[in-house]
Write a new protein. Structure first.
Length: 328
């Protein structure tokens, strides 16, 4: 592209970062190149200089300078190999022209970092680049498995993100915890704040007056018990704080088994070699253009190991365990 162009931000891209907006359209241009173009003033937003991480508003005009040509189809370029593409496609629970839903495995991060090279965001290249690339609209912890929803168009991603922000997405997690919570059902309301604990950062209970604390609310129902040792819980976060479910269950005195971070000596001993026993089982969310999606993720091999150890049968669970609570 050898000429200057001015392009308006699509309504469905309201709030997206400038560098991400740019690379969706020209994925062959590197992140470093985008940053240099922004720093030198060649990329502008509504006529003004802009930083690469600036959030865009719908309707804003982006000045796009001349760019290097994209590689020719025959040129070798980095990307996913056929095995990666097949693996990405094997995770699909549901897909249509606007929505993509994956069953995220435990141990696979949603996004990359300095030391994280394998992640969901990278695998999304299996669906294409630029505007064809699906967009993340929420997150799951690295060690949490289950339902992960993405938007396949800017408009769909904006509507799905809005559903999460307005609490119109009903999430149901399954977890195995030590002991038997009493009462066996209810709502946990406890502010949380990120703090350094030893050599790591954790989310811990906080005073509501703490300006850095966020309110967090989790609804819980006991699905089944293995004597007094372990309870199978259904958890529904009404807020979306980092590590909310893990921190809340620890604060209740019933940490999730297999959790390497939010644990007690007793839960660590009972967990043995189990991985984190937390799975995003079910999600009900408005479809971007029609009706309602009810999505379920088959349980992970990690949770299957926990069920087998403590004698639980996944088929005994009510698919809507919170329904009876609401009638009371």
């Amino acid at each position: 592209m050898r000429e200057v162009r001015n392009i308006a931000v699509d309504p469905g891209e309201d709030g997206v970062r400038l560098d991400r907006w740019f690379r969706r359209r020209w994925p062959h241009v590197s992140q470093i190149q985008v940053q240099k173009l922004a720093r030198s003033g060649q990329i502008r937003v509504d006529g003004a200089r802009a930083k690469a991480d600036q959030r865009l508003s719908a309707g804003a005009m982006i000045r796009v300078p001349p760019l290097p040509d994209a590689p020719k189809p025959g040129d070798k370029k980095p990307g996913l190999d056929p095995r990666d593409i097949a693996y990405a496609k094997s995770l699909v629970i549901y897909e249509d022209e606007e929505v993509l839903v994956l069953n995220k495995p435990s141990g696979l991060a949603v996004q990359g970092g300095t030391k994280t090279l394998k992640h969901i965001d990278r695998l999304l290249s299996a669906w294409g680049e630029g505007l064809e690339r699906p967009r993340l609209v929420h997150r799951l912890d690295r060690d949490t498995s289950g339902v992960l929803v993405l938007g396949k168009t800017p408009g769909a991603a904006a509507k799905l993100s809005g559903a999460f922000a307005r609490r119109r997405a009903e999430k149901t997690y399954w977890a195995l915890v030590i002991g038997n919570p009493k009462p066996g059902e209810g709502v946990m309301e406890l502010h949380l704040v990120k703090k350094g604990v030893g050599d790591r950062e954790m989310v811990v209970p906080a005073d509501p007056k703490d300006p850095n604390a966020d309110p967090a609310e989790t609804e819980f129902v006991t699905v089944s018990r293995a004597a007094h040792r372990v309870a199978w819980m259904a958890l529904r976060p009404h807020t979306g704080r980092t590590h909310q479910l893990r921190a809340h269950m620890l604060a209740m005195g019933h940490p999730i088994l297999g959790d390497p971070k939010y644990k007690t000596d007793a839960s660590a001993e009972l967990s043995g070699n189990l991985k984190l026993q937390l799975h995003a089982r079910r999600l009900t969310i408005p479809h971007p253009s029609r009706g309602t999606l009810i999505l379920e993720a088959p349980i992970s091999k990690e949770l299957k190991e926990g069920f087998a150890r403590f004698g639980f049968d996944e088929h005994e669970a009510d698919p809507e365990p919170f329904r009876k609570r609401k009638k009371r």
